[in-house]
Write a protein that binds this ligand. Sequence first.
Ligand code: CA
Length: 224
Amino acid sequence: MAKILIVEDERSLLKGLRFNLEREGYKVATATDGQAGLEAFGREKPDLVILDVMLPKVDGYGVCRAIRQKSQTPILMLTARGEEIDRVLGLELGADDYVTKPFSLRELLARVKAILKRVGPAARPAALRAGPLELDLERYEAKCSGRAVHLSSKEFDLLRCFMEADGKALTREQILERVWGYDKGLELDTRTVDQHVLRLRERLGPEAPRLVTVKNVGYRLKAD
Ligand code: CA
């Protein structure tokens, strides 16, 4: 399912959007200022960004411009009522669409669906590979040298997270955040990561040594 990044500093609105998008089945990542939004964009690789214009640190235009320098990921801007200039500027900077606050959730959901339909599934890689390991992201299947490897959904997400890191080491905290959507309200600790890595290694059998422990850091998956 598509992943949506919401960048919005109004917490009650953010919470409401998140709740409703998740209920529609989307994966949701959030940020409450422009700088955090850009960081989250790099980390989460969303399929769509919902971007407020008035944001602390870097405003929505700055975020939009920075994203467009490196990516064609669709951007839906949230603009204030009556601020014609907002949407004109947003569209000039490369935003795909906008909705004017206050908006109905139904309207927003309709726009989100329309944009995602337009960009289509081709916007996302259908599979990831690292050596003999292959993840089919649409069928949620893992293979090793062409043979099926049975993974739980968390193990699958964990392997995916390593493959997306493309050989780079990840800290346990980064892994928690990416796979479990770690936030401070969640009572998870880094041992959860260790336990899942252990199990994932068992599943990978002869390819287990690819999943390397990096001392004092975390883990990485050897890509070649
Ligand atoms: Ca705002």
